[in-house]
Write a protein that binds this ligand. Structure first.
Ligand code: NAD
Ligand code: WQD
Length: 342
């Protein structure tokens, strides 16, 4: 019988791609999402890709009673992948209490239910934001976490600690925290992808919206960094590669292949790419004459970061496979599909 996996935030960007990979690997999926940053229609699109409709329940995971009630009604969950969180860095500076409450209370409710209803396994969405600007690059899982730059970043750091301490105190629990670098791109079908609300804060959605004529021109934030072309450097990972790593993490936990009860992995490509390099690659692969201008640095940005992925590669037997070209083309195909551009 197929193992049942609860995917919180499963109608969201990374969650929806992970649901597809889980279903295609033979898992049965139940999504819980409050639709605060996603659309119910994503469930139809997942079904269109895989031929299997995931179960879906809409509620807010900060609601303790509803969360308990859900676990009472679903006694056979083998593992949780916890994506549900608010994720806009700038907004978190304006609304810290919302971020602390939403991101931390939801995790605490889930962990409490795991103990009470004996759900042994959890995979948690963490972020490279916990490293801040590291002194030594690339970053390994042992690179010290720095003082977070935003309330959002702090929720990830605190959540990692809550997870680690709760697992330590409860021998029945096991967990994996995955620190994502910069997830971009969309499923090859162009049926699911990132759906930013309002003006995108992230680079690739801003680029694809500019290419689609929705935004006038891209502002490149800073060309005076200490990098070869002066623009900032990130590790952009295709969302499908990222989604596949979650299936590996679930296999590891449910198959008791983990070495420690609590483990942490970096999920990136291992390659640092500058903002200008990404812009030029986008222009080359799509043929779109993307307008951009150089402006000043964005407050709070770090200069450069990319992952050392050797631990994830060796220990999980997982590696990001997609090229930057494929990744950017998939992001553009998704944008064209949702805008009806041929
Ligand atoms: P997303 O906003 O697309 O997905 C998150 C989903 O969670 C949304 O569908 C939202 O409606 C839901 N949600 C939020 N709060 C909820 C709550 N209290 N109860 C129920 N559902 C709730 O974001 P994403 O990009 O798919 O990110 C998924 C996870 O990965 C998040 O935890 C995010 O912090 C983390 N992460 C994202 C990135 C990135 O750049 N996208 C990078 C590192 C880490
Ligand atoms: C990438 C680069 C910008 C927009 C954020 C979060 C991080 C993680 C991933 C969740 C930067 C530049 C951007 C634009 C630009 N999320 N840029 N023009 O800031 O690396 O990371 O998302 O955990 O926590 O902070 O991603 O896509 O916003 O920016 O020049 O219009 O592109 O300055 O150098 P970032 P990003």
């Amino acid at each position: 019988m197929a193992l049942k996996i609860l995917v919180t935030g499963g109608t969201g960007y990374i969650g929806s791609h992970t649901v597809v990979e889980l279903q295609q690997s033979g898992y049965e999926v139940i999504i819980v999402d409050d639709l605060s940053n996603s659309e119910k229609a994503t469930v139809n699109n997942i079904e269109q890709i895989t031929g299997i409709r995931p179960h879906f329940e809409q509620f807010d995971l900060t609601d303790r009673n509803k969360t308990h009630d859900f676990f009472k009604r679903n006694p056979e969950i083998a593992a949780i992948i916890h994506f549900a969180a608010a994720k806009a860095v700038g907004e978190s500076v304006q609304m810290p209490l919302h971020y602390y409450r939403n991101n931390i209370v939801s995790l605490m409710n889930l962990l409490e239910c795991q103990i009470e209803y004996q759900v042994p396994n959890i995979v948690f969405s963490s972020s490279c934001t916990v490293y801040g600007q590291p002194e030594v690059l690339p970053v390994t899982e042992q690179t010290p976490r720095l003082e977070p730059e935003s309330p959002y970043g702090n929720t990830k750091r605190i959540s990692e600690d809550i997870l680690r301490d709760t697992i330590k105190a409860n021998p029945g629990l096991k967990g994996i925290a995955l620190r994502y670098f910069n997830p971009v791109g969309a499923h090859d079908s162009a049926l699911i992808g990132e759906l930013p609300r309002g003006v995108p804060g992230n680079l690739v959605p801003f680029i694809t919206q500019t290419a689609a004529g929705i935004r006038e021109e891209l502002s490149v934030f800073g060309d005076d960094y200490d990098t070869p072309d002066g623009s900032a450097i990130r590790d952009f990972i295709h969302v499908v590669d990222l989604a596949k790593a979650h299936v590996v993490a679930i296999n590891r936990l449910t198959g008791n292949g983990n070495k420690e009860a609590y483990e942490v992995f970096n999920l990136g490509t291992g390659n640092g790419v500058s903002v200008l390099e990404l812009v030029h690659t986008f222009r080359k692969v799509t043929g779109v004459d993307l307008k951009f201008k150089i402006v000043g640095r964005r407050a709070g940005d770090i200069e450069k970061i990319w992952a050392d992925t050797s631990y994830a590669n060796e220990e999980l037997g997982w590696k990001a496979e997609k090229t930057l070209e494929e990744t950017l083309l998939s992001a553009w195909n998704w944008e064209k599909n949702i805008r009806g551009i041929q």
